[in-house]
Design a protein around this ligand. Sequence first.
Ligand SMILES: Cc1ncc(COP(=O)(O)O)c(C=O)c1O
Length: 364
Amino acid sequence: MSLDNHNSVNGLREYARARGAATAYVPVSGPGLRIDEEQLWGALTARGRGPGRYLSRLGRRGGGAPRGLLAYPAQSNFTGVQHPLEWIARAQEQGYDVLLDAAAFVPTNPLDLGRFHPDFTVVSWYKVFGHPTGIGSLIARREALAKLRRPWFSGGTIYAVSAQAQWHVLADDEAAFEDGTVNFLSVPDVTAGLEWIDRLGMDRVHTHVTALTDQLLTGLRALRHSDDSPMARVYGPLDAGAARGGTVALNLLGADGRIVDERVVTRDSAARGISLRTGCFCNPGAGEAAFALPLRRLRSAAGRQLGSMEEYLDLLRLPSAGAVRISLGVSSQPRDIETFLTFVTQTYRDRVPGVTGLAARVGC
Ligand SMILES: Cc1ncc(COP(=O)(O)O)c(C=O)c1O
């Protein structure tokens, strides 16, 4: 899997590990925090070295290639990086199934599944049209679905079952994976949402968000203290024209060059009626890369049950518990960005904000 992954994908590794399969991360590199393609193909093709050494133990599919699952996001939920969709066919040629996490990509980009054929694609609908929460889709190719084995069954998933003789036959279609009563009150809203997006036109949404991303990145670059030192550090690609979406992760910098504590930003922005996403994000790999945390230091926290979040931050020597994230979407407007940039200038220019009186962090 790519180091840049949401925890909802990272967590899959635990199923794999529980069944004795090896798992490996392909790193991100450079200031743009993109996946290192050379390492990706090295890992997927290598025999006897690197992650490929482990992956090759997983078995073989067509052409004697090593078999496994490549899981990566079409767009990073942390840096906004858009990883190439062309990897899908190339990884499949190497014998891999591909899980494409399209949750952060599809709200502002067209995804043509007639052209790209991931074995599994996941999307989260409220991110596309704001409603309903709790409804996502796993879009699986039929042959991919047929490879999945469920170690349990539940209501709605079986074709036939006996309690006393203790046998069951799973449904032979997607129903085998839909536990319990489907959310029939909200599922139809997805159709209405898709029709709404179709009327707007995803290409127009994309163009709108790309222009806003450019406005934001340009504005952030121009934010300077009076000695010309930067007021913001952006994690990920700095150019809206590059393969990136409208998610921008950053930290604000005080006049002393140090990161402004994210709790200070939360407090000050809320006081101005601005709602910002701050703190840690469900993408530990991208966060570790953004803060350049060495593996040795990360390993030092393995298996330790520390008393508080602050102790983890001290142990990892993190300058902050996270970042500020701005995700531009269909409803964002140029004036939202102007409001944010004005707030930052008026609140932090030439200042070193104090951290007294901040509540302790209670969790990630
Ligand atoms: C790329 C990506 N994957 C997965 C998720 C998880 O989505 P949900 O919380 O709707 O399950 C998110 C949510 O932010 C995401 O951005």
